[in-house]
Design a protein around this ligand. Structure first.
Ligand code: HEC
Ligand code: HEC
Length: 201
């Protein structure tokens, strides 16, 4: 990975900050109820668990992500902006209220990352950490946690951003010049980190 990407990263962070400000101004989405979301999560548990910890290797952890990120992804699957054979079907029948409730439930869980011993004292992937953290916990509201996602999932998403199939201005630009070896190394870093959430009583 090249050094010159530092400048590009600064531009991306500025872009991201602008995006966050716009999202705040939307205001039309319904307010989510985590208790209703917990009930609705029965539809999700085979693959994501009631706690949002993935049960199948191709699915990501969703517990402990920001509610805003979760709702945005569910809306993107429903509208066809993000496509996946399973999630496109699952999301098709979700109302705006159900999306808000599910996002509120999974988003209400506190996430904890446990890096492996051999990460101690290392800086991690510098061009990702401003947004995804060294330990894979999101540093900005609209970025997801990467800690503990499978190699398979991280690689699939980075490849999808790289070819523009999954669209997001920042991540398309980040992934554009990653080589397959870069992607493997990045996936290895974040997948090696333990990820857990705390369930309320
Ligand atoms: C049959 C398995 C299955 C079920 C059931 C399922 N999901 Fe998924 N979900 C997946 C897979 C696989 C992905 C990864 C999609 C991709 O690769 O783009 C995913 C991705 C997601 C994402 C994107 C997360 C991220 O980090 O970007 C969200 C949010 C999500 N699911 C929420 C839900 C919710 C809420 C439900 C219940 C209403 C649900 N899913 C039901 C399999 C499932
Ligand atoms: C400026 C902030 C920023 C930087 C830098 C950044 N990302 Fe992201 N990343 C995001 C945002 C925001 C999203 C959510 C995209 C969306 O909404 O679809 C994301 C999504 C992702 C996803 C999808 C995760 C999921 O759960 O579906 C992966 C994987 C990822 N980034 C990896 C990386 C890697 C690896 C790097 C470094 C090479 C990196 N990102 C650098 C902001 C950033």
């Amino acid at each position: 990975m090249r050094r010159s990407r530092g400048l590009a990263l600064a531009a991306l962070v500025a872009l991201l900050a602008g995006g966050a400000a716009r999202a705040d101004g939307e205001g039309s989405a319904p307010v989510g109820d985590p208790a209703q979301g917990r009930k609705a999560a029965g539809m999700c548990r085979t693959c994501h668990g009631l706690d949002g910890i993935a049960r199948i290797p191709i699915a990501p952890h969703i517990g402990g992500e920001s509610a805003g990120y979760l709702a945005a992804q569910l809306r993107a699957f429903r509208s066809g902006d993000r496509v996946h054979e399973m999630m496109s079907i699952v999301s098709a029948s979700l109302s705006d209220q159900a999306i808000a409730d599910l996002a509120a439930w999974y988003g209400s869980l506190a996430a904890r990352a446990t890096p492996p011993d051999d990460h101690a004292g290392r800086d991690g992937p510098g061009e990702c950490t401003a947004c995804h953290g060294v330990d894979g916990l999101a540093q900005v509201g609209d970025a997801p946690n990467l800690a503990g996602e499978t190699d398979m999932y991280i690689i699939a998403q980075l490849q999808s951003f790289r070819i523009g199939k999954r669209r997001h201005a920042v991540m398309n630009a980040v992934a554009e010049d990653l080589t397959d070896d870069d992607i493997q190394a990045l996936a290895d870093w974040y997948s090696a980190i333990g990820y857990a959430v705390e369930m309320p009583e």
